[in-house]
Design a protein around this ligand. Structure first.
Ligand SMILES: NC(=O)c1ccc[n+]([C@@H]2O[C@H](COP(=O)([O-])OP(=O)(O)OC[C@H]3O[C@@H](n4cnc5c(N)ncnc54)[C@H](OP(=O)(O)O)[C@@H]3O)[C@@H](O)[C@H]2O)c1
Length: 240
């Protein structure tokens, strides 16, 4: 049984899968969760192929019961939680006059609503890890569009602002209990999510999922006295 355990959402590809690999390398037992079962299964096989301890649950994280079942499976397998990575997300572009309520709800529920529910369900395990080593860590994947509003991606952008605000609130509420919260705010990363723009921005000009995963490795190495509330990641072509 690994000495420490982590739960990563949206781990079937892209940034979440890269973070899961990094956490496996660092010796964490893993629970990975994402929406489509067959895609998640592929990621699980990849992670197990590296020799990592992996639990998995597939389902829509917009659904509170699915979130409860993910945390229950993690608790049953490991009985502790040292690192929670709230990374699942979806972007659906639309101009304001074209916004559809269903797509608005999907983005709010996946990108934001799931995060408070994961904190709530994991709180006792995070508090126990915080009391034990003062370095429980929650990483919330926001976006650079959570720092500045984006046309066409307005709803996505607003959900990511919510993630940044939530992360700040959790710092105030939980940091003195040894639970650190960090929001990751990347510009374009070469993942399936950014495929829509690859006709205009080449994949090679985007950050890699490993760039983001390495930032989380850095967070793991910090002393209990050091908290990084958010990290912005820009490409050379991006303006401040
Ligand atoms: N790529 C970028 O340029 C970029 C930039 C800034 C921030 N981000 C953020 O980074 C995070 C990871 O995205 P990515 O770029 O790595 O894209 P990705 O490879 O498409 O990963 C998205 C992950 O979220 C999961 N997911 C989406 N909706 C879900 C739902 N309702 N329930 C459960 N899981 C769900 C996906 O599973 P399925 O595939 O099965 O749906 C997948 O595992 C997201 O929060 C995204 O907003 C990305």
């Amino acid at each position: 049984m690994p000495e420490r355990a982590a739960l990563v959402t949206g781990a079937s590809s892209g940034i979440g899968l890269a973070i899961a690999h990094m956490l496996g390398e660092e010796g964490y037992g893993l629970t990975v969760a994402s929406r489509r079962p067959e895609k998640l299964q592929g990621a699980v096989e990849e992670l197990k192929g590296k020799g990592y301890d992996v639990e998995h649950v597939a389902g829509n994280l917009g659904d509170e019961e699915v979130i409860k079942s993910v945390v229950a499976a993690h608790r049953e397998r490991y009985g502790r939680l040292d690192v929670l990575v709230n990374n699942a997300g979806v972007g659906i572009g639309a101009l304001v006059g074209e916004i559809e309520a269903k797509k608005l709800d999907i983005q709010i529920n996946t990108n934001f609503r799931s995060i408070p529910l994961f904190y709530r369900e994991c709180l006792d395990m995070l508090e126990a890890a915080g009391a034990e080593h003062h370095k429980a860590l929650v990483v919330n994947t926001a976006s650079i569009s959570g720092k500045r509003g984006e046309a066409w991606l307005s709803v996505y952008s607003a959900t990511k602002f919510a993630v940044v605000g939530w992360t700040q609130a959790m710092h105030k509420e939980l940091a003195t209990k040894g639970i650190k919260s960090t929001a990751l705010c990347p510009a374009f990363v070469d993942t399936p999510m950014s495929d829509f723009i690859k006709g205009q921005i080449a994949a090679e000009e985007m950050m890699t999922p490993q760039d983001i995963a390495e930032s989380v490795r850095f967070l793991l190495k910090l002393s209990p006295a050091c908290i990084i509330p958010e990290i912005q990641f820009l490409r050379p072509a991006d303006s401040l």
